[in-house]
Design a protein around this ligand. Structure first.
Ligand code: DX5
Ligand code: ZN
Length: 233
């Protein structure tokens, strides 16, 4: 049975970078569980986002835990660097990891939680032999790289399939979803089995609300959608 609580992660790549300190204080006040740090190399995804230096700065400026999403090729090259920069979770892409099991062990050896992200087209069964090594499974609900995209509808079934796969292995590993986690989409994502939501321009940083309201609304919607304790999902 999945943990009956949903984690709210703020996608810092979607914050107002010109007023980052104020945004961090607002996120602290709103009680987000993690800052989601999108790192992009322009190769694995055709875009760039947050840098290691910015992450070090953010880690000094707030005690909010950092959930790092590496959208880069050969992520194994930078595990120590992101661990030293303060990552509590490091998530690598299965598609970018030639020796995924070794990479997951390496992340754990650094005292950091290990996550794996799957692009929309990548089947869950690529992870069959490393499910027990995961602290987090990130299901990309859009193609990675850009904010403001629309949810790929088939991803709701993928979330449900992922929850079923984990449960069939006796695991209650967190399933994180990233991309168009809007107020409208979040309940269906949670009902399908997501337990960690990455809020970007569709919710926490949307134009229709402020950060405090956005976080509270997303959390309220998510918790309302959770299966009641003991209820079958
Ligand atoms: C895809 C995006 C998301 C980000 C955007 O990599 O960069 O990670 O959280 O969120 P939305 O889709 O709400 O703008
Ligand atoms: Zn991300």
């Amino acid at each position: 049975m999945a943990k009956l609580a949903v984690k709210i992660c703020a996608s810092l790549a979607c914050a107002d970078w010109l007023h980052l300190e104020q945004e961090l204080r607002a996120l602290e006040k709103a009680g987000v569980d993690y800052l989601h740090i999108d790192v992009m190399d322009g190769t694995f995804v055709p875009n760039f986002a947050l840098s290691l230096d910015l992450m070090r700065l953010v880690h000094k400026a707030t005690s909010l835990p950092l959930d790092v999403h590496l959208m880069i090729v050969q992520p194994e090259r930078y595990l120590e660097a992101f661990a030293q920069a303060g990552a509590e979770i490091i998530t690598v892409h299965q598609e970018a990891s030639l020796h995924l099991q070794r990479t997951l062990s390496h992340i754990h050896s650094l005292g950091v939680k290990a996550g794996v992200a799957l692009n929309p087209a990548t089947p869950l069964h690529m992870l069959d032999y490393v499910l027990e090594d995961l602290d987090l499974l990130l299901i990309m609900t859009v193609n990675p790289g850009f904010a403001g995209q629309q949810l790929i509808p088939n991803m709701l079934k993928k979330i449900a399939d992922a929850r079923q796969l984990l449960t069939s292995h006796g695991l209650d590993t967190d399933i994180q979803v990233d991309g168009n986690v809007s107020f409208a989409n979040a309940p269906a994502m949670v009902r399908a089995g997501a337990t960690s939501l990455v809020g970007g321009t569709s919710s926490i940083f949307s134009k229709e609300t402020n950060i405090l309201e956005g976080v509270q609304r997303l959390r309220r919607l998510a918790e309302k959608a959770l299966p009641a304790k003991g209820e079958k999902e």
